[in-house]
Design a protein around this ligand. Structure first.
Ligand code: FEO
Length: 397
C-alpha cells in the first residue's frame, strides 16, 4: 500500500529485503528505493525504483491513482537504483514532462538513449503543480554530478535523494520509533554517509549553509533510501554537520591482516594500549570485518593503525584493497600509522605509510615493525605505543 506523508503526498517506493551488496558496499540490512507521488492538478512522480521493482511501485501508485494519469516525473538522480525502472515507467505513463538537472538530462540521455520530454531545472527553479509548488536544489556530487533535491514549499517536505539516506529494509516508513526501532538505524545512517558521501564533506557543509541561508524549514525529510524523517530531523542534520566537518571522537581502530599471527599479536597489544589510555578501541581483521563496515566505524575515529605483514616484498592483498577503498573516500582529520611483523625484507609498513601520507592524514608513527614473532618485552613496547598514540592524538587538546 502507498503511505501518506502529508496531505496528497505518498510514498510509493519498494522495499528490497534481499539486497546484500550495493556496488561493493555490504548491505546486511537490505534497503528501500523510495519513490514519491504528489497528487495535485499535475500528478507528479518523484524518482522511480530499481529495475525489477516496478510492479511493487506501480501497485502502490495504483492504490492512489491510475498511473496513466501521472503528468510529470521528477528525476532527482540518474543512478540506477532510482532510474532503473524509469524507462518502463515513462513508456507506461507517457508523462508530459520529465524534470531533471542539466547533468541529469545528459546522464539519462546517455543511459537510456531516449528522446523523452526533458525539462532542465536549476537551483531556484519553481514549478507549480496546482495547490502545491516545488522548487529545485542542485546538489552536484551528492552523490553523482546530476543529483538534485526537490522541496515542496507548502508542506516543507524535502525530497533529498541520496542525502540523509540509509540502506535499511524495514516495515517502518517513518522515523517516529527511533532510537528504539528500527535497531541500529544511526549506524546504518553513518555507514551510508561513510561509504557513499564521505568524500563530499566540503560540499555537504556548503549545502547545509546554503539551506540555512535560504531559510528553508523542514517538516519532513524524505530520502530515497531508508526511513522518512518527521521526528528526528535535528538529529540527522546535526549528524551530517558533524560528519561533513570531519569532527571525530576519542576513538581508535586497529585494522590488520596477518600471516602467522605475529602482526595479529601486535594488533592485540596496540588495542590493549589504546584501552589503557581510556579511549574507545576496536580491532578489525580485514578478512573478518567487511571494509564497508570498517569505514563506517572509521568515520568518527580520530586515529587508526593499519597492520600488514610483508608478503612478497609488499603488503597483504586485503590491506591493499582496504587502502584503495579508503583513498577514494578521502578521509580527513585523522591520525594514522602502519605496523607489522616481517621476516627478512619488511617493506609493508613503509608502503602503507606512504599511502597514508598520500591521503593527507597525520602520520602518528613512521611505521612500527618487528621481526618474526614478538617476544614479551616487545609486546609490552607495542602496548605502550598504543597508549602513547592515544595520548598524543586523541586525548591532547
Ligand atoms: Fe541511491 Fe546514488 O543512488
Amino acid at each position: 500500500m502507498a503511505v501518506e506523508l502529508v496531505p496528497g503526498v505518498y510514498w510509493v517506493g519498494a522495499i528490497d529485503w534481499k539486497m546484500r551488496d550495493f556496488h561493493g558496499y555490504r548491505t546486511e540490512a537490505g534497503s528501500t528505493y523510495n519513490a514519491y507521488l504528489i497528487v495535485d492538478d499535475k500528478i507528479t512522480l518523484i524518482d522511480t525504483v530499481r529495475e525489477g521493482f516496478i510492479p511493487e511501485m506501480m501497485t502502490r501508485i495504483s492504490d492512489i491513482v491510475d498511473p496513466g494519469k501521472i503528468t510529470y516525473i521528477i528525476s532527482n538522480h540518474v543512478e540506477m537504483d532510482h532510474s532503473g525502472s524509469l524507462a518502463e515507467t515513462v513508456h507506461r505513463v507517457k508523462p508530459e514532462k520529465v524534470f531533471c538537472s542539466p547533468q541529469g538530462k545528459a546522464g539519462l540521455s546517455r543511459h537510456f538513449k531516449e528522446d523523452w520530454p526533458f525539462v532542465e531545472v536549476k537551483t531556484g527553479t519553481e514549478l507549480s503543480l496546482g495547490r502545491y509548488n516545488v522548487t529545485f536544489l542542485e546538489t552536484p556530487m551528492l552523490h553523482w554530478p546530476d543529483s538534485m533535491m526537490t522541496y515542496l514549499k507548502e508542506e516543507q517536505v524535502l525530497f533529498s535523494s541520496d542525502g540523509f539516506g540509509a540502506h535499511l529494509a524495514s516495515s517502518e516508513r517513518f522515523d517516529d520509533n527511533l532510537p528504539n526501532y528500527p535497531a541500529n538505524y544511526r549506524y546504518e545512517l553513518m555507514k551510508y554517509y561513510a561509504n557513499i558521501l564521505m568524500p563530499m564533506g566540503t560540499l555537504i557543509s556548503k549545502l547545509l549553509k546554503q539551506v540555512n541561508d535560504m531559510g528553508l524549514q523542514f517538516k519532513v525529510i524524505a530520502p530515497d533510501h531508508g526511513l522518512i524523517y518527521r521526528k528526528n530531523i535535528p538529529m540527522v542534520l546535526e549528524a551530517y554537520r558533524k560528519w561533513a566537518a570531519g569532527e571525530v571522537e576519542p576513538k581508535a581502530l586497529v585494522i590488520y591482516d596477518t600471516m602467522w599471527h605475529s602482526t595479529e599479536m601486535m594488533a592485540g597489544a596496540l588495542v590493549q594500549g589504546l584501552m589503557d589510555a581510556g579511549v574507545e578501541a576496536q580491532l578489525h581483521h580485514l578478512r573478518h570485518t567487511h571494509y564497508s563496515d570498517i569505514v563506517a566505524e572509521l568515520l568518527e575515529a580520530g586515529l587508526f593503525l593499519l597492520g600488514s605483514p610483508t608478503l612478497n616484498n609488499g603488503i597483504f592483498p586485503s590491506v591493499g584493497q582496504f587502502l584503495t577503498y579508503l583513498k577514494g573516500l578521502k578521509p580527513k582529520n585523522k591520525a594514522a600509522a602502519a605496523f607489522g611483523s616481517f621476516g627478512w625484507s619488511g617493506q609493508a609498513a613503509g608502503i602503507i605509510t606512504e599511502e597514508l601520507k598520500a591521503m593527507g592524514l597525520t602520520i602518528a608513527h613512521e611505521g612500527y615493525r618487528l621481526k618474526y614473532i614478538p617476544d614479551p618485552a616487545e609486546m609490552n613496547e607495542v602496548r605502550a605505543l598504543g597508549a602513547k598514540l592515544a595520548q598524543e592524538h586523541l586525548l591532547k587538546g
